[in-house]
Design a protein around this ligand. Sequence first.
Ligand code: ATP
Ligand code: MG
Length: 289
Amino acid sequence: GEFRQLDFDKLSVLGSGNGGTVHKVSHRRTSALYALKIIHRGHPGAADEVAVVRRVDSPHIVRCHSVLPTASGDSALLLELMDGGSLDSLVSGGFPEAALAEVAAQALSGLAYLRTRRVVHRDMKPANLLVSRAGQVKIADFGIAEVVSRAGTHRAAYEGTAAYMSPERFDTEPAHDGEEEVRVDPYAADVWGLGLIVLELLMGRYPLLPAGKKPTFPALMWAICFGELPAIPDGAASPALRDFVAACLQKDHRKRATVADLLAHPFVTGRDMAASRCALCQVIEQRCR
Ligand code: ATP
Ligand code: MG
């Protein structure tokens, strides 16, 4: 490639997770800023993440400019820097409805694109939606993403963050004798994740457990698979927003809205585009330190 890791200065740490660390870096010669995601060689799925990232290119997906060679054999993804950070750091205080419509519309464009590339993300959550101060929303982190084959998916259902896993992903039992095998649309899990993101941003906190409750795995699983959705107070959301969230958070994956359905939903199509973009920019501007 045209870039090498030693062409960059590390400025700060933007985030870190299971797979590695993301640094804010500057290119020495041009001073251009990027995010550099180092994925450790031994991390399961490292090769898959690189393969998926190379497969996608869209205005609603965080762009990977280059995969840099490293001496240690780790993978280093040179990513476009999203200067508003991830939505998890903006949750507190909640989002006005116009800003939510903008997040939903742009994330849906990203999911619609991923579908054309047969990619399921499988880890949709606020930490993996990045924003720019200009009001762009992009999907990031393909750490457990998968390319869907004719035979369906092969990755373990349990991977990902339990809090954002869809109900059907907790059901790992194969069908018993005489039972019909239910084919699960792998894309439906990403719609669930998007609905939960929108509801979390509306409420200003993780919506499926009472505030302050420590999220144990059994409590999460129960809330996701059997719990009722939290009541949104009167006046806190329009009928269109309530319906959008309910369509995404349909527990039965066969009844859940698809990305195409949601792109045509009044909550998305009925928004004032300029106003909702502006509302999102305001939230980002206020909450970015
Ligand atoms: P994995 O889920 O595979 O363990 P991860 O969660 O460690 O991956 P990412 O989600 O890609 O890795 O990045 C972690 C955090 O770093 C993000 O939540 C975000 O806050 C920050 N970050 C990542 N990429 C960028 C970027 N391009 N621009 C700005 N911030 C970023
Ligand atoms: Mg992440």
